[in-house]
Design a binder for this molecule. Structure first.
Ligand code: ZN
Length: 267
């Protein structure tokens, strides 16, 4: 069967009674609802939304407050201005993406028409107003052979991302790690011990927890387990790898050209 391999297209639709959903039918009443976004639009807008809220709000003319909140109308305006093909965009589309996001990457404040990302930032935002109740006793963190020694000496500190991100399960940490390396090492974090000793851990989403730092005495290497990656996750990892390799190649090309140019200058 040929269409066995075709990736299923996911639409965002609107049920009159139950609000937005992803798929063909409202998961609650089975109604077909009305069309909001197609698969491609969902992917493109999600990518822009996380970009704006985590990395480059200024590219879209959006301002984040110190806790990372942005105005929904500003986001819509910014996307429409930058990308003409989204000139039909409305706040309801952004809300529908956020309300159907199964990863819980965002916090939506409908009353004040604002939104923020709850983790993944590469810009500095103060997320210390996130809840601290409901942190599991044990959390997990993926690392690499190269980083391991540093972590064992210094503990976990923020890197490119401004907060340390901890996972709820070994599997989640492993999958996160696989996005970076072939064979991640999974660390077990004694979250209970860290909290009892005055270190704060915040609940960002049902599966993601963040912290300013975790000292080495609360960190050990977890016992290795077999994790079977879901096919769509494997596909994503492969895609990222290809993109990284292409980027590296371009960089090498540029360095080579740059090198040749400076050689010429020397002559
Ligand atoms: Zn419904």
């Amino acid at each position: 069967m040929l269409f066995h391999n075709v990736v299923k297209m996911v639409e965002v639709r609107w049920c009159e009674k139950h609000g937005p959903f992803r798929g063909d039918k409202c998961p609650i009443c089975g109604d077909e609802g009305t069309f909001l976004l197609n698969d491609w639009e969902l992917v493109a807008l999600s990518r822009m939304l996380t970009g704006i809220l985590r990395h480059f709000p200024e590219k879209f003319g959006v301002r984040l407050d110190e806790h990372g909140w942005a105005n929904l109308f500003d986001i819509v305006k910014g996307i429409k201005r930058r990308h003409r093909r989204f000139r039909w965009l409305k706040v309801k589309h952004i809300e529908a993406i956020v309300l159907t996001d199964d990863k819980g990457r965002y916090q939506l404040d409908l009353e004040n028409k604002r939104i923020r990302a709850t983790y993944g930032h590469s810009i500095k935002v103060d997320l210390s107003d996130l809840p601290t109740e409901g942190v599991p006793d044990i959390l997990y963190y993926p690392t690499t052979e190269e980083e391991l020694e540093f972590i064992q000496e210094m503990g976990l500190k923020p890197g490119d991302r401004k907060w340390v991100h901890l996972s709820k399960s070994y599997e989640d940490a492993y999958i996160a790690g696989r996005h970076r390396v072939e064979d991640p090492i999974i660390l077990e974090i004694d979250a209970k011990g860290a909290i009892e000793n005055g270190y704060q851990i915040y609940v960002s989403s049902p599966k993601v927890f963040i912290s300013n730092e975790v000292p080495p005495q609360f960190i050990k290497i977890a016992e290795k387990r077999e994790v079977e990656l879901p096919p769509e996750e494997l596909e994503k990892i492969e895609e990222e790898k290809r993109r990284r390799e292409k980027k590296l190649e371009r960089e090498r090309e540029r360095m080579k050209r740059f090198g040749e140019e400076s050689e010429e200058e020397k002559d």
